[in-house]
Design a protein around this ligand. Structure first.
Ligand code: AVJ
Length: 322
C-alpha cells in the first residue's frame, strides 16, 4: 500500500492540546482522538469483540447484509474514502461488492499509522481494489482525496462505527457540513450511527467486566507519560463511565483517587488534581434515526436510505450530497 505520511510536529500539537485541556479552570478534558496510539488501537480492537460492546458487530452485520444494495444505489463509478478506517475489517463487504462492479480506489484516512497497516493487511487481497492510505486528520485527508478525483467519478465517503458520536451535536452537524463542502452533488456519505438504548446496556458497553475499556481509557495517561515525559501514576486514577441524559450520550472520565500533582515536561506544566476530580476523555452521542435525517438535511445531504440493526439499535445512513 502506498502511504502518504503525515508531515508534522505531531508531538508538539499533542503537548499543546494536553496543556490546553488540563490547565484550564473547571472540567479538565483530553481529546479522544489521542486514544489511538499502538496500544490504544490494539485495545480498541479487543473492545470491538467484547460481548458488552455490540456496536461494532451491529455495524458489521448491516454492512455484510446490505453491501450489494448500498452499491446498487450509487450512481456510476466511485472512489471510496474512509474517515478513520481502523483495521478496515468491516469495509471488506462493501469493497468486494464494488470490486465486482469495476476497479476501485480505496483511500483510508487515518491518524494512526498502526491502523493503516492493519487495514492494508486486512483488505490488501480484494480483487479489483487498489489501496492508497493517507496518514491525515479527516478533513485534510478528504480534501486530498477529492483532489485526486477523476472527472465523471463520484466519491463515496465512509464514516462508520459511530465515530461521529465523539462530536457534540452542533459540532457533528458542522463536521457533516464541512464534509459536504468538499463533495460534489451526487457524491455519497455512508454514516454509521449508534442509536439510543437503555442506560444499563450502555453502561456495560462502556465499563466492561474484564476492564478492557478501563485500560483503553487509562492508556491515555500512560501515552502522555511515554510521549510527553510526564509522571502520571496511572494506578491513582479510575475509569468512570456515565450517562448524560440531557445530552443523550455516554461519557468516559478518568477520576483522580486523591489530591495529587502531575508534571508533564514536554508541555511545560504541572497539574494539580483534587481527590475525586475527573478528566473528561470521551463522549459517545446516541441518536434517533429521525434526527440523523434532519442533521443530514441541515448539512446539505438527503437521506437516500437507512438500515437499522434490530439486535443492537444502530443505523447505517446513506446520504447523498444535494
Ligand atoms: C469508536 C468512537 C465509536 O464511542 O463507542 C469504545 C470508542 N470508547 N469504547 C465509541 C469507544 C469506549 C467508540 N467510537
Amino acid at each position: 500500500m502506498l502511504v502518504h505520511a503525515i508531515p508534522t510536529n505531531a508531538t508538539y500539537e499533542f503537548a499543546a492540546e494536553v496543556r490546553a485541556g488540563l490547565a484550564r479552570l473547571g472540567q479538565k478534558e483530553l481529546p479522544s482522538k489521542y486514544f489511538y496510539d499502538d496500544v490504544g488501537s490494539a485495545l480498541f480492537e479487543v473492545i470491538c469483540r467484547l460481548p458488552e460492546y455490540g456496536l461494532t458487530r451491529a455495524d458489521e452485520r448491516l454492512l455484510r447484509r446490505h453491501s450489494d444494495e448500498i452499491v446498487d444505489r450509487l450512481a456510476g463509478p466511485v472512489a471510496v474514502a474512509e474517515l478513520g478506517s481502523g483495521s478496515g475489517k468491516k469495509t471488506r463487504w462493501l469493497l468486494e461488492a464494488l470490486g465486482r462492479r469495476q476497479r476501485t480506489f480505496y483511500y483510508p484516512v487515518e491518524i494512526s499509522r498502526t491502523a493503516l497497516s492493519m487495514c492494508e493487511r486486512e483488505l490488501g487481497d480484494i480483487d479489483s481494489i487498489s489501496i492508497v492510505g493517507f496518514e491525515r486528520e479527516y478533513l485534510d485527508g478528504l480534501l486530498e482525496v477529492a483532489a485526486y478525483r477523476q472527472s465523471g467519478q463520484h466519491l463515496l465517503v465512509l464514516f462508520l462505527g459511530s465515530t461521529i458520536g465523539n462530536f457534540d451535536r452542533p459540532a457533528g452537524v458542522k463536521f457533516l457540513t464541512q464534509v459536504r463542502r468538499i463533495l460534489e452533488p451526487g457524491d455519497a456519505l455512508l454514516l454509521g450511527t449508534d442509536l439510543e438504548k437503555p442506560s444499563a446496556q450502555l453502561l456495560q458497553a462502556y465499563d466492561d467486566e474484564l476492564g478492557v475499556t478501563a485500560a483503553f481509557n487509562l492508556n491515555l495517561l500512560a501515552r502522555i507519560n511515554r510521549e510527553l515525559d510526564a509522571d502520571f501514576d496511572v494506578g491513582q486514577f479510575t475509569h468512570v463511565a456515565k450517562i448524560n441524559h440531557e445530552e443523550r450520550r455516554t461519557e468516559m472520565h478518568l477520576q483522580s483517587k486523591r489530591q495529587q500533582v502531575v508534571s508533564i515536561s514536554a508541555a511545560e506544566v504541572a497539574i494539580e488534581f483534587q481527590a475525586g476530580e475527573t478528566i473528561w476523555t470521551e463522549s459517545s452521542h446516541k441518536y434517533s434515526a429521525a434526527e440523523i435525517v434532519l442533521a443530514a438535511a441541515h448539512a446539505g445531504f438527503r437521506c437516500e436510505a437507512q438500515w437499522i440493526d434490530e439486535q443492537w439499535p444502530f443505523a447505517e445512513n446513506l446520504l447523498i450530497a444535494v
